[in-house]
Design a protein around this ligand. Structure first.
Ligand SMILES: [Zn+2]
Ligand SMILES: [Zn+2]
Length: 270
């Protein structure tokens, strides 16, 4: 029986500097698309039963270190294990146009590919500016801007196979146009770097508090909100603060999976 679902599995939900147990914010879609690399996403994929060699796309929300620092590790992994899948097409990396080429090039230089040609791994780069879309047979992506110190993309992901749709903001200050962009999407992953308290309106931190994330979820009319990118010790307080405004909020643990189809969220694993 064919009953396809879109799965989102959190590899990490922590803030900038993670712990040995909890990586910084990063997650898998359908076991073959990775969103941000955390500090060590390639290794966390193995921990949760994913094969990095099956990875087709990497979506980067923006090029701050905590969202791309695992990129050289990932490229190195794909190269070192290439004999397992010699026919593997190059990894496709989608990300903000302003920084993507520079950071991918720096990652390759970090691996010293000129000195060690054997570790050369050339990904395909797909730069996007906020407002631009990308489509292929399996999925469509629509983006909008964020408020952050570097160019960022808020993604809406539509799975052509299951009809599942969801959105993820990346790092952003409170930005009501996001609610317009993702209107009616059943599932939203929103950052909550400031934990239970909103930052002062003039603070210009480029990050949100949990109540602001909940306000966006409410304005967008989503069914479920997942908070991420919050220090472990504030996660519970952030969750409670968001639930006051938007009761259907979770703070996912590493390894937790949310499944969706065309009807919306089907299940949230324990
Ligand atoms: Zn950032
Ligand atoms: Zn960040």
């Amino acid at each position: 029986m064919d009953n396809p679902q879109t799965t989102v599995t959190f590899l990490g939900t922590s803030t900038v500097v993670p712990t040995a147990r909890h990586d910084t914010a990063s997650f898998m879609i359908n076991g073959k698309y990775l969103v941000d690399t955390g500090w060590y996403a390639a290794i966390k994929m193995l921990e949760y039963g994913f094969n990095p060699m099956q990875l087709e796309y990497l979506f980067i929300t923006h090029f701050h270190h905590d969202h791309y620092i695992g990129l050289p590790h990932l490229l190195f992994y794909l190269r070192m294990r290439r004999r397992e899948r010699p026919d593997r097409p190059p990894l496709k990396i989608i990300g903000p146009a302003e920084d993507i080429e520079k950071v991918v090039e720096l990652s390759r230089r970090f691996l010293q590919t000129d000195r060690f040609p054997d570790v050369e791994c050339i990904p395909e780069i797909i730069p996007l500016n906020p407002g631009e879309s990308y489509q292929e047979q399996a999925f469509q992506i629509d983006t909008c801007s964020t408020i952050h110190a570097v160019q960022g993309l808020c993604y809406k992901f539509t799975d052509s196979r299951s009809g599942g749709v969801f959105a993820f903001t990346g790092d952003t200050a409170y930005h009501p146009p996001i609610a317009e962009h993702i209107k009616g999407v059943p599932f939203l992953i929103h950052e909550a770097s400031h934990g239970p308290e909103n930052p002062k309106l003039d603070a210009n931190t480029g990050h949100s508090g949990a109540p602001q994330a909940a306000a966006i979820a409410k304005a967008a009319g989503v069914d479920w909100l997942a908070l991420i990118h919050c220090a472990e010790q504030s996660a519970q307080a952030a969750l409670s603060a968001a639930q006051q405004i938007f009761p259907n909020t979770i703070f996912p643990d590493d390894g937790q999976t949310v499944a969706l189809n065309a009807d919306g969220v089907v299940s949230i694993s324990a």
